[in-house]
Design a protein around this ligand. Structure first.
Ligand code: NDP
Length: 249
């Protein structure tokens, strides 16, 4: 991790779950971490909970990633205050349940705007910062097993019906970015992290009760991010799919 010391990692959705776990690990590993989220109080709580000698490496900025103007404002602030972006973890995401063919279009739009467009807004700006400064940075996409080929929705659980298209879209965004960066002769890496169920706030309590012990922890996913980031400059970890042992779909 030597080459990442004091480099700047931006994590969207750092106020809870997987994003907060990534923030803890990357701050501990010596990076400067910028946490983006809507709940500023939760970002501040996270900062306070860090070991005192690491706290100064965590920076927070209120940002709704579904709003392009807010993402632009956040990234301008990061450029100005910290000099640019070296690592991006596209992690912010929401779930709104229901059947795609029956649920309000507004809800479907919210999911796509957050999970897909939010990642696109952040990726364009982070890749721009890396390319301008000729940094061999790293772009992460926190996707899902719901976003990879072979995913079979559980007919008894409609929580992921509208979420699934947003994550399939993210799979395409990742692959296109990977190809475009190669075409440009860039050394920027891209990695898709595809977890199954993780015990975070996004998962309804009934689902957690049904899964029992067959569920990942946020830190398991953060460790996968850290592994991909720690590989040598010539190695690209393209995808990591993680499921709890015994998880069926
Ligand atoms: P959490 O609900 O704990 O975290 C979601 C994070 O996204 C929060 O920090 C939330 O912050 C942020 N967020 C949501 N909407 C916005 C927005 N419009 N702008 C900025 N931030 C936003 O769930 P997870 O940690 O589990 O989710 C993280 C990612 O992991 C998501 O992309 C999710 O799809 C993915 N994932 C989760 C799985 C699971 O089973 N838990 C499985 C597979 C993938 P705030 O509300 O403060 O804005």
């Amino acid at each position: 991790m030597d080459r990442w010391q004091n480099r700047v990692a931006v994590i969207s959705g750092a106020s809870s779950g997987i994003g907060a776990a990534c923030a803890r690990l990357l701050v501990a590993a010596g990076l400067q971490v910028v946490g983006l989220a809507r709940r500023t109080d939760r970002l501040e709580k996270l900062r306070q909970s860090l070991p005192e000698d690491q706290r100064a490496r965590f920076h927070q900025h209120t940002c709704d990633v579904s709003q392009e103007s807010q993402v632009n404002g956040a990234f301008e602030w990061i450029e100005r205050e910290l000099g640019g972006i070296d690592v991006l973890i596209n992690n912010a995401g929401i779930v709104l349940g229901g059947q795609l063919i029956d649920m309000p279009t507004k809800d479907i739009g919210n999911i796509l705007q957050t999970n897909l467009m939010g990642s696109i807004y952040c990726t364009k700006l982070a890749a721009g910062s890396m390319r301008r400064r000729q940094v061999a940075g790293h772009l992460f996409f926190v996707n899902s097993t719901a976003g990879v080929a072979g995913y079979k929705p559980d007919p008894a659980d409609e929580s992921l019906n509208a979420y699934t298209p947003s994550k399939f879209g993210l799979t395409a965004v990742h692959e296109i970015c990977r190809q475009e960066l190669i075409q440009k002769g860039s050394k920027i890496k891209t990695t898709s992290i595809n977890p199954g169920w993780v015990a975070t706030e996004i998962v309804p309590d009934e689902t957690k009760a049904k899964l029992g012990e067959v569920i990942l922890q946020a830190d398991d996913v953060a460790q996968a991010v850290l592994y991909a980031l720690s590989t040598p400059p010539h190695t690209q970890v393209e995808q990591i799919t993680l499921r709890a042992v015994g998880e069926y779909f």
